[in-house]
Design a protein around this ligand. Structure first.
Ligand code: EPU
Length: 339
């Protein structure tokens, strides 16, 4: 099975065995018939946060569990459950059509619902954890389905227990979010206010906020259907304050955010831009001209070329700032630590 159209980077790769899961309960049956292939399988949803570093993958299980259900509560809040295979942005748009508020800032993020908790997706001042209620996950070695509440998921910046201690042990089957019928808008992220003003809106609805976010994203981020990419390639690094103060003395305008006692977060896109690597292109691969944190596969480059380019970007930032960028994208076929 060719995987090129199943990853938003459009990196060429081939799966020797390919399975698709439409119902959580079916996993246990697949486990009986193909125990080794199931346990070894690469689990994919929308393929929007992966980079194939080899051209061959032994076994792939694509999770395509459908369905959105809404459960009322006694308050203004509702519980929305979505199958892991539901496209995230379709969930966002559906909730907005039902006047459910809470995920409008997360409009247009590529990928499927099952991947959203893996890395605690976030954008424009909101993270999944802010609206998360629980999820159902399948134990990959037994097929047993269990429920994880918010604490059990151990969410952090672009991470969760499923990316750390329980990496590769569970497959997410569905997610449940707690949304509100009464709007509580999050407009803290400066660009949203600027965009709403440009749209001539002073008293925004959740739908207006979604529209503002969509406009910002479309102006800054490449559409993966035209230019293969996986969003931010690196995480924004969190550095000790002493190191930050030193950078600040050289670059008084460095953007930054507090990141807990003694630490500061610096945008990786800014660091890359300072290295003169914004909008550069080497062969088939490059950084996006409007957002240096996004690596683009311009012309069907394979994963190895993207990986080599990403390492060059990492090295440039390390040389200039002494900061080692870590990939935000999951590297398939190698250990994340070997990047
Ligand atoms: N910046 C530059 N040059 C660049 C890119 C950014 O100087 O080439 C500066 C910007 O001017 C701004 C700051 O860096 O002052 C932050 O930039 P931006 O608002 O674009 O956000 P980001 O930190 O680069 C993060 C997420 C994005 C998310 C945006 C908005 C990570 C790794 N990325 O990017 O998420 O959409 O914030 O909330 O945290 C993704 O995860 O794939 C993703 C796109």
């Amino acid at each position: 099975m060719n995987l090129t159209s199943l990853n938003t980077f459009g990196a060429e790769a081939e799966a020797l065995h390919f399975f698709e899961l439409y119902k959580a309960e079916t996993y246990a049956e697949l486990l009986k018939t193909h125990p080794q292939l199931m346990q070894d399988a690469l689990i994919i949803g929308g393929g929007s946060n992966i980079l194939f570093t080899n051209s061959e993958v032994s076994s792939v299980l694509k999770v395509s569990i459908p369905g959105i259900t809404i459960t009322e509560t006694e308050s203004d809040e509702v519980l929305v459950t979505a199958g892991a295979g539901v496209v995230w942005d379709e969930l966002v748009q559906y909730c907005l059509s039902q006047n459910l508020c809470g995920i409008e800032n997360l409009s247009l993020i590529p990928g499927c619902c099952g991947a959203a908790p893996m890395q605690n997706i976030g954008a424009y001042g909101v993270e999944l954890v802010d609206v998360f209620e629980q999820l159902e996950a399948i134990d990959r070695s037994t097929g047993k389905i269990s429920v994880f509440g918010k604490d059990a998921c151990r969410f952090g910046y672009r991470t969760s227990v499923f990316k750390e201690e329980l990496r590769d042990r569970f497959l997410i089957a569905s997610i449940t979010l707690r949304l509100s019928r009464v709007p509580h808008l999050n407009l803290a992220y400066g660009a949203i206010g600027t965009e709403l003003t440009a749209m001539g809106i002073s008293d925004p609805t959740p739908q207006d906020v979604a529209q503002a976010v969509i406009r910002i994203r479309q102006s800054k981020l490449p559409d993966w259907r035209k230019f293969g990419n996986a969003g931010s390639f690196f995480k924004n690094p969190v550095i000790p304050d002493a190191q930050f103060t030193e950078i600040l003395s050289r670059y008084p305008n460095v953007p930054h955010y507090p990141a807990g006692r003694g630490f500061t977060k610096v945008p990786a896109g800014w660091l890359i831009e300072q290295c003169g690597l914004k909008g550069v292109r080497e062969g088939r691969v490059g950084t996006w001209p409007k957002q240096a944190l996004v690596i683009v596969n311009y012309e069907a480059g394979d994963g190895r070329q993207i990986l080599a380019f990403a390492r060059r970007v990492r090295d440039a930032v390390l040389d200039k700032f002494g900061i080692r960028l870590e990939p935000e994208v999951n590297l398939i076929g190698m250990k994340q630590a070997d990047f």
